[in-house]
Design a protein around this ligand. Structure first.
Ligand code: SF4
Length: 150
């Protein structure tokens, strides 16, 4: 059993009200899996659509450690919603005993290995999103949909 970012399965939960289901190759690779879709940002109570959000001055590990915050492009602090969504996702992972999370690449919640740098300019830094970091820290393997192409 695996979790996957819901937007990768065609659920229109992304910040702009769209999905991220454009990668047909990834979908083919996923076709035989049992997958549970989750959207940590919605689970944390954020609306859809919503303003774009990025981690400021760090990555998901830093947010979990209280060293940095998540803000949207208007400057509103959404850290608490991100933390709530990450914890809810971990709860689902434990309920279903999942072994792996397939996260949307570069998302401040679901990204794995690389995320946007907080400048809302598409620049990237190393690190995980908040949910990805929490799942990793609790022994769940985290990959991105881009890893499935390799
Ligand atoms: S929080 Fe994750 S599942 Fe939800 S829209 Fe963002 S990348 Fe997709």
């Amino acid at each position: 059993m695996k979790l996957i970012s819901a937007c990768l399965l065609g659920i229109k939960c992304s910040w702009d009200g769209t999905d991220k289901n454009s990668d047909e190759n990834a979908m083919k690779l996923l076709s035989n899996e049992v997958l549970i879709p989750v959207c940590p940002e919605q689970l944390g109570g954020l609306n859809t659509p919503r303003p774009p959000q990025e981690i400021q001055g760090g990555n998901g590990e830093g947010v979990l450690d209280g060293k940095c915050r998540v803000k949207n492009i208007n400057g509103d602090d959404v850290t608490e919603e991100f933390l709530k969504g990450a914890k809810q996702t971990l709860r689902i992972a434990r309920l279903f005993k999942v072994s792996q999370f397939i996260g949307k690449s570069r998302s401040p919640s679901c990204g794995c290995g690389e995320i946007y740098d907080g400048s809302f300019s598409s620049k990237r830094i190393a690190g995980d999103g908040v949910t990805a970091a929490l799942l990793k820290g609790n022994g769940i393997e985290v990959i991105s949909e881009e890893d499935l192409r390799e």
